[in-house]
Design a protein around this ligand. Structure first.
Ligand code: SF4
Length: 274
């Protein structure tokens, strides 16, 4: 596996042993513990994809728009997106200027084509959100729950997260909504975790969830969510396994489909297909 850690990396590992767990951190560990090690503890150079900056900037503008009680205009929201996207991309380019370290997206080479086109794509997604919000009256944000931070205690393991939106539907009642600027997820554990968090921490029973999809400019179909005892036990086990693995230093590589988009693949000798 990994030869040996420097003192600085050992220190980072120590910190990781005791910090709260998040969905993305745990998902990364479960997908490939070695990727977790290289990315978070060793801090190997990472390949970048401009979809990350696009996603963060779109989320930030939608949050601002909802917190302003939807008072931002289309042109304000677009320029806010473009400013945030540009400043994040510039910061990333200052660290990663090698074109080979940027992922391509379909026919678009990462640097510069994909970076350039996402300046427009993200702004269009923001406009689409504003347009959709004006024509959609069935759901309202519940209790101002936008980017709602939570820390959930799952039988001794602290799980930290942010829920994009908790909404209330005129007929279906409370639900959780996640904003996606890329592909629609095929499994919905993240929404189930969010529903469990609002149930345990805010006494809100969210029995459904959905995604607002930047690719279509509207919400996905509504997904029934289970927050019952067996689903809770599943999360308890899932997070406990990751927590114990990080503490024990279990960072075995798991080569597979994830290697293709793995940000630390250039530092990995186990990459599938290499
Ligand atoms: S390239 Fe594959 S095996 Fe290597 S760290 Fe990434 S996901 Fe794991």
């Amino acid at each position: 596996m990994y030869k040996s850690l420097t003192d600085e990396q050992e220190e980072r590992w120590e910190k990781y042993k005791n910090r709260a767990r998040s969905w993305s951190q745990t998902k990364q560990y479960m997908t490939c513990p070695y990727q977790f090690l290289l990315s978070r503890i060793v801090r190997a150079p990472e390949m970048r994809g401009a979809w990350l900056e696009q996603g963060v900037a779109v989320h930030a503008v939608i949050e601002e728009y909802e917190k302003s009680e939807r008072s931002l205009t289309d042109s304000q929201a677009r320029s806010m997106y473009q400013d945030r996207y540009s400043s994040m991309i510039n910061a990333s380019l200052a660290v990663t200027s090698d074109p080979d370290m940027w992922f391509s997206s379909g026919p678009y080479r990462g640097l510069p084509q994909d970076i350039e086109r996402r300046y427009r794509v993200g702004a269009d997604q923001v406009s689409a959100y504003l347009e959709w919000s004006r024509n959609s009256n069935e759901t309202k944000i519940l209790h101002n729950f936008v980017e709602l931070r939570f820390v959930l205690d799952l039988d001794g393991v602290e799980v930290l997260g942010f829920i994009d939106q908790v909404v209330n539907h005129v007929k279906k009642g409370p639900g959780v909504r996640d904003i996606k600027t890329g592909q629609k997820p095929t499994e919905h554990g993240q929404l189930e975790l969010y529903a469990l968090a609002v149930k345990e921490l805010h006494d809100v029973e969210a029995e459904w969830g959905d995604y607002w999809l930047g690719k279509t400019g509207k919400t996905s179909r509504s997904i029934p969510l289970d927050t019952g005892p067996s689903q809770r036990s599943h999360f308890v086990e899932w997070f406990a396994k990751m927590d114990a693995g990080v503490k024990a230093g279990d960072f075995l590589p798991k080569p597979g489909d994830a290697c293709e988009r793995c940000p630390v693949q250039l530092s990995c000798a186990y990459r599938a297909g290499s």
